[in-house]
Ligand binder design. Structure first.
Ligand code: HEM
Length: 433
């Protein structure tokens, strides 16, 4: 095979990528023009001549299909353990052991087994059964919001997934807040590119790992001994463990990743989605005219402005993408947000079009690690947008859209706040469908 040469080094492009990854708001406010430059530079762009970035749709999906060569394992090297004291090295070992029990860090047969066991808790009938409850939660939160003429929609967007997951998993809401904070400390030691992790961050993450583990242990014991608090979801997970499909430790790892992963992305799906609709008024009006389009609307909204913008993989042996060799042990950056706007895959990709026939976005990932909670997230999105358009057809953004601020984080794309004026309320929609 003839291998394509590396892309030509483009210092200007590298500088913009560096700013983006460092969370410079000049780029994170609107990363899509940068993505286009990366896509146009070639199928594999070698950032700093060493880190391959995959920004085109076809190459991103080809990479995710090759899960035998592109692994999710982040590795211990990021901690640079050789510089650490014995105590801190022991902390790192505990952190890495904790991560290794979560399915997003697993590969091959281990991943297949743990994921299959957890999947039983997400069977479509179980999710669908949950719809009436989600509808009730959405309407209750909107009742509260309707007490004010202008409110911050991000508060709703934060509280909905929290309430849903607390009912689904049978956990007090306040606990989820705490676990989310612990999860954020742990996520802080998963940098995407470069930089040495401070010892302070490592110690904080280690403490949060221990607190998460002890919380989950108590939660499992509570659900095992008390049928009154046990939800069907937890029952499915506990059965998997009793049936030897999951070890006790894997059960803990599975619950902790589910709690962490279920929250922020769903918040941003709601915030990004409403922002996209209200800044593309014709599309909002289309949904108001026919709220039953909400399911396809959610797909297009996720494509248009994905809550998770990128992920990484590491090659375990040399792999080839579009004729470009990527050596073993190379960390690769894959840009979902860019793939979803690839003009090679989508006609007029920068337009929001709810009637788009091709809505095959990869905002939930692709391949063996595709989001396990996607049906639950889509249910929340469908019910939320259907209810918003039925109840508040005149809703509008109560700020100059140019003044809204996006999180500086390059991975988790979402608004800091989204003030909206609700307008007339056509009343609760609990009984729809
Ligand atoms: C709109 C909301 C959501 C978005 C955009 C989203 C996005 C993603 C993405 C992009 C991945 C793939 C990561 C990779 O390939 O490395 C993923 C995996 C995952 N998601 Fe979600 N997610 C959402 C909601 C949820 C919910 C509600 C849950 C749980 C209830 C959840 C649990 C997970 C888990 C456990 C994985 C790892 C799966 C595996 O490695 O096999 N997510 N998600």
């Amino acid at each position: 095979m003839i291998c394509a040469a590396k892309t030509v080094i483009d210092n200007d492009l590298d500088q913009s990528i560096t700013k983006f990854l460092a969370g410079d708001s000049a780029v994170t406010q609107d990363p899509y023009p940068l993505y286009k430059r990366i896509r146009d530079a070639g199928p594999v762009y070698w950032y700093r001549d060493s880190i391959p970035i995959i920004a085109r749709f076809a190459d991103a999906t080809a990479l995710f299909k090759d899960s035998a060569r592109f692994l999710t394992y982040r590795g211990k090297e990021r901690f640079a353990p050789e510089r650490l004291s014995d105590e801190d090295r022991a902390r790192v070992d505990e952190i890495v052991a904790f991560e290794a029990l979560q399915m997003n860090e697993m590969n091959g047969d281990g991943h297949r087994r743990v994921r299959a066991a957890a999947q039983r808790a997400f069977l479509p009938p179980r999710i669908n059964q949950f719809e009436a409850q989600v509808r009730g939660i959405v309407n209750d939160l909107l009742d509260e919001m309707a007490e004010n003429d202008i409110s911050d929609f991000m508060k709703f967007a934060y509280r909905l997934p929290l309430s849903v997951v607390s009912v689904f998993m049978g956990m007090p809401k306040a606990d989820i807040d705490t676990l989310k904070e612990l999860g954020d400390d742990i996520a802080a030691i998963k940098p995407f590119v470069g930089g040495e992790l401070s010892v302070e961050k490592i110690r904080k993450a280690h403490l949060s790992v221990q607190r998460t583990q002890s919380y989950v242990r108590e939660m499992v014991a509570r659900h095992r001994s008390d049928a009154a608090v046990r939800t069907e979801f937890m029952e499915a997970l506990l059965d998997a463990q009793s049936g030897d499909k999951l070890s006790q430790d894997e059960l803990g790892g599975t619950i902790s990743i589910l709690i962490y992963a279920s929250h922020e992305s769903s918040t941003n799906m709601l915030g990004n989605g409403l922002h996209s609709l209200l800044t593309n008024r014709d599309q909002w009006e289309r949904l108001v005219a026919d709220p039953s389009l909400s399911d396809r609307a959610v797909a297009e909204l996720l494509r248009y402005n994905a809550p998770v913008q990128m992920m990484t993989r590491r090659t375990c042996e040399t792999a080839t993408l579009s004729g470009v060799d990527i050596p073993e042990q190379t960390r690769v950056l894959i840009l979902y947000g860019s793939a979803n706007h690839d003009e090679r895959e989508f006609a007029d990709p920068d337009s929001l079009d709810l009637m788009r026939t091709k809505a095959n976005h990869i905002s939930f990932g692709y391949g063996v690690h595709v989001c396990i909670g996607s049906a639950l997230a889509r249910l929340e999105g469908r019910v939320a947008f259907e209810t918003l358009t039925r109840r508040f057809p005149d809703m509008e953004i109560a700020a100059n859209p140019g003044d809204l601020t996006w999180n500086a984080h390059p991975v988790f794309r979402g608004l800091k706040s989204l003030p909206v004026r609700l307008g007339r309320d056509r009343g609760r929609t609990d009984m729809v469908r």
